[in-house]
Design a protein. Structure first.
Length: 134
């Protein structure tokens, strides 16, 4: 049997290839911009010097959320969606607790990275269905 005879079942919700490329571009931009903002917070760079980067971070983050929701209507109540909501909420807390910007950003970055790298079972766990839902 040659490789050409092997068939693989198609995923029922196969997404267009361009969405994967867009997700990679958005995620890369988001992580890079957030890293710069984190460094600016650690080194106490004046807020006015990084304002445009803040807008880009919010924009890429919102685009990533929209992309995830586009891929799955279950996303908001799955493990991956909950982690993003915690991640975004921690960044939102910075406006209420500006003296704690570095610890809040550190915690938000940890939630973002852990959420992105959890096992499939945890990422797709639905808190509504109480099981893995893809």
């Amino acid at each position: 049997m040659t490789d050409s005879n092997i068939t693989f079942p198609e995923k029922k919700n196969k997404r267009p290839a361009w969405t994967r490329v867009l997700d990679i571009i958005l995620r890369t931009a988001h992580v890079a911009i957030t890293g710069i903002l984190f460094g600016a917070a650690v080194f106490d760079v004046p807020f006015t010097r990084i304002l445009i980067l803040l807008y880009f971070a919010i924009g890429t983050g919102c685009a990533l959320i929209a992309s995830e929701f586009y891929h799955s209507r279950h996303w908001p109540y799955q493990g991956r969606g909950i982690m993003v909501l915690i991640h975004a909420s921690l960044f939102g807390l910075i406006h209420l607790l500006p003296d704690f910007i570095v610890p809040l950003m550190t915690t938000a970055i940890v939630f973002g990275m852990v959420g992105s790298h959890m096992t499939k079972k945890l990422r797709y766990w639905s808190f509504v269905h109480r099981r893995v839902v893809e």
